[in-house]
Design a protein around this ligand. Structure first.
Ligand SMILES: [Zn+2]
Length: 261
């Protein structure tokens, strides 16, 4: 049988419970020691907006964060205001129980249990990286700018450098995000995201998740370990927030290791 060369598409399913969390069905079976997924809009009267930097009142937003923390069973939920760059925070300690809000980091890496690392998205790609051998995880915010700045490569390099992660052991998932059909951008974006490909003369569609998958496989992650969500935040999706769709709300890509494997 020929080696697989394309990432596999998967469809996250809504987990049970009050917090609208869409989880990777294969990872739920295979990595039962993970809390993973992407929050969604939910079906309640109030959308499950996790945004902390927008216009919504902070009280209801923090209530949703508390609900996420309780549902995850984690001691600490860590988040950072993001700047569309490629700086990572390496969590060496879990910290005091509660919700940790940092500033200026678009990615998180940790080997600690009981810590849920999160990135806010609404069309950008929440990228989850898992090394099941060394029990190291990364959660990365990859819009076109972060992808062009190499945040995914930086996250994986850091896992290799600090924990001797081997790319062929890693598992990578690109979560709910805007799809290639919905995302039309100028040539400067194409050049930044796909520097080795021909640059279109004008506006053209781009699939950022496909580019991330190629970058990840280029680092040596086997194609069979790379998955891409079928969910588009923009088209036909009442379940997620879309920036291009006019929403200022945010869902969270989340990843954490429970205390016991
Ligand atoms: Zn779409």
């Amino acid at each position: 049988m020929a080696a697989q060369t394309e990432p596999r598409q998967v469809t996250e399913t809504r987990a049970e419970g009050d917090v609208p969390l869409w989880v990777h069905p294969e990872w739920r079976e295979r990595f039962s020691w993970l809390v993973q997924g992407t929050t969604g809009r939910g079906r309640g009267a109030e959308p499950f907006d996790m945004g902390l930097s927008g216009v919504q009142p902070v009280g209801p937003a923090l209530d949703r964060w508390r609900a996420l923390r309780a549902a995850s069973g984690m001691d600490v939920v860590a988040h950072s205001r993001q700047v569309h760059a490629a700086d990572l925070w390496i969590h060496r300690e879990v910290g005091a129980p509660g919700i940790q809000v940092m500033d200026g980091f678009d990615g998180h890496v940790t080997d600690r249990r009981g810590l849920l690392i999160t990135v806010g998205v609404a069309d950008c790609v929440p990228v989850s990286v898992v090394d099941p051998e060394t029990s190291v995880i990364a959660m990365l915010h990859a819009g076109w700018r972060g992808t062009a700045a190499g945040i995914v490569e930086r996250g994986i390099h850091r896992m290799v450098e600090s924990w001797q992660s081997s790319p062929e052991r890693l598992h990578v998932h690109c979560g709910p995000a805007i799809c290639g059909e919905c995302y039309e951008v100028g040539p400067e974006v194409h050049e930044a995201v796909n520097p080795d490909a021909p640059v279109p003369p004008g506006k053209a569609n781009i699939d950022v998740r496909a580019s991330i998958a190629r970058r990840v496989m280029g680092l040596g992650v086997p194609a069979e370990n790379v998955t891409v969500s079928t969910h588009c935040t923009r088209c036909g999706e009442p379940d997620f927030f879309s920036h291009r769709g006019g929403s200022k709300a945010r869902q969270m890509g989340v990843l954490g290791m429970i205390e016991r494997r």
